[in-house]
Design a protein around this ligand. Structure first.
Ligand SMILES: NC(=O)c1ccc[n+]([C@@H]2O[C@H](COP(=O)([O-])OP(=O)(O)OC[C@H]3O[C@@H](n4cnc5c(N)ncnc54)[C@H](O)[C@@H]3O)[C@@H](O)[C@H]2O)c1
Ligand SMILES: [Zn+2]
Ligand SMILES: [Zn+2]
Length: 337
């Protein structure tokens, strides 16, 4: 079995080894698609916090079940599946309250333990979601889409609510897609005009704003003098996150989906004057995965243009560098096995 190991920063190695053992309660999956995301880029560049090498990357996965060890009513051999890559303890306070996405000892495939950049992986069978009605491409997109779906679920949007999404990368696009599905009026903000054009053409959002000093004035004009009730920041940029507190309306909400290895600071008088609600959003749950799967099956969201780049597994080590180049205009890159 072949695996691509991130041996150290800026170095991938293709290695040959045994197929993983399929322990009781696990299922062996033949990996077919691996989505690449910012986490993988940071790990490759050596600036992903709490990351150790060597590591097999890959947490946006779809494949075909080859073996199931034990009883599992949800999946069977031959099923196409999406992998829920967050392995929770099941016992800590967060897990007991159903918030497995923020388990205190969470281990994420491809981050804290080896992921799916390989021909086979064995995972707990209850971390597989059957996706027979979807393409393998779409099944691999369930993970990043679920991040957006989870953030939108946390925000409890109302129909017709005014929403601003800052950051039009894959995560922001997912947030916009699910906010539109909830019936919100959605405006996207980014510093990158190409990305704004992309989300206007492909997600049917209501308008776009280039992020600059005038943004708040432009935003008010778009909303008849008012500000959005809910603001999502999906930039991972500390300056954007610090200034995002100015955008929600009185009594509004700010949701940090993007994350940053830094301190966030804000003016307490502004925060209190508005009685803002500040939320973070981390990963997703199985419930979010099912919701995204159903939304894709029913054609409620359109992600047909999200995958802009792809390559074969064998060519991944030589192609990855190209995807780091901002001029490549990658939205989502996919590796095929
Ligand atoms: N909540 C979670 O569990 C979770 C999961 C995966 C990724 N993330 C985080 O989500 C964030 C976004 O991920 P992505 O893959 O979409 O990243 P990305 O880099 O592709 O997209 C970020 C976008 O933000 C824009 N941006 C940067 N600075 C800006 C600014 N000052 N004002 C306006 N726009 C700005 C960029 O132009 C870009 O289009 C990252 O921080 C990532 O780590 C969170
Ligand atoms: Zn990811
Ligand atoms: Zn736990």
């Amino acid at each position: 079995m072949k695996s691509i190991v991130c041996h150290e920063s800026y170095l991938f190695k293709m290695i040959n080894g045994e197929k993983p053992k399929c322990h009781p309660g696990e299922a062996l999956v033949q990996i077919k698609r691996i989505g690449i995301c910012g986490t993988d880029l940071h790990a490759y560049r050596g600036n992903q916090p709490y990351f150790s090498y060597p590591r097999i990357l890959g947490h946006e996965l779809s494949g075909i079940v080859e073996k199931v060890n034990g009883d599992n009513s949800e999946i069977k051999v031959g099923d196409h599946v999406s992998v829920l890559p967050y392995l929770e303890c099941g016992e800590c306070p967060a897990c007991r309250s159903g918030k497995t996405n923020c388990c205190s000892t969470l281990s994420v495939l491809g981050v804290h333990q080896d992921g799916g950049m390989r021909e086979y992986i064995s995972v707990p069978a209850d971390h597989l979601i059957e996706t027979n009605k979807l393409t393998l491409d779409d099944a691999a997109m369930i993970e990043p889409l679920s991040i957006g779906a989870h953030a939108v679920r946390r925000a409890h949007l109302r129909k017709g609510e005014k929403v601003l999404v800052i950051g039009a990368g894959p995560i922001g696009l997912a947030v916009m897609s699910f906010a539109k599905l909830e019936g919100a009026t959605v405006i996207a903000m980014d510093v990158n005009k190409e990305r704004l054009t992309f989300c206007k053409e492909n997600i049917g959002i209501d308008d776009v704003i280039v992020a600059n000093e005038e943004s708040i004035t432009t935003l008010r004009k778009m909303f008849n003098g008012e500000l959005p009730e809910t603001v999502f920041d999906a930039t991972g940029n500390v300056h954007s996150m610090n200034s995002a507190f100015q955008y929600p309306e009185q009594g509004g909400k700010l949701v940090f989906v993007g994350l940053v290895n830094d301190q966030i600071t804000f003016s307490d008088p502004e925060f209190h004057r508005k009685e803002l609600t500040l939320l973070s959003s981390r990963n997703a749950t199985k419930e979010d995965f099912y919701f995204v799967k159903q939304s894709l099956e029913n054609g409620y969201i359109n992600i047909s243009k999200f995958i802009t780049h792809r390559c074969k597994f064998e060519n991944m080590p030589s192609t990855f560098n190209d995807w780091l180049n901002p001029d490549s205009n990658v939205i989502k890159a996919l590796v095929e096995i």
